[in-house]
Design a protein around this ligand. Sequence first.
Ligand code: PNS
Length: 164
Amino acid sequence: MNNNDKITAVCPGTYDPVTEGHLDIIRRAAILFDRVVVGVLASSPRKDTLFGVDEREAMLEASLPSNTNIKVEVFDTLLVDFARKWGASALVKGLRAISDFEYEFQMAQLNRKLAPDLETIYLMASPEYSFLSSSGVKEIAKYGGNVDDLVPEAVIRRFEELFQ
Ligand code: PNS
């Protein structure tokens, strides 16, 4: 298989900040695909972010092993255009609960309309992360709660700087 035959998946998100749940999905996708591009959305129209995009990207990079089939890239376009740019055949996302389903179903159908040849694949969240969200950990950290098992070291350090 030469470089151009690599089957690529994109794991998109805002990653504000990355959680252990995100990392679990990214690592599992990297077992299934030749290459995983973690797409960090620069600016979300739906929500303001606590962390700037460079910081969100840096925390992801610090939390993922280097020299593997995983790379982190920022995007500020339609997701399908970003996926096309990397020659991806699939978008891979995590699904935690039925409450995720409606939003994800809508996104998957819109993306399918825009790019019929790009599959959206959902990996079930591992049980230990099925309750975990970036907004939840931000709230816990803001009020001084312990997020040690929920986010990687790089995020814990940033929370300490911000909230202590
Ligand atoms: O972690 P999030 O906030 O749930 O991730 C949302 C994300 C980045 C997957 C979504 O907002 C996205 O794909 N944005 C890029 C713009 C786009 O393509 N929107 C969907 C097409 S209608």
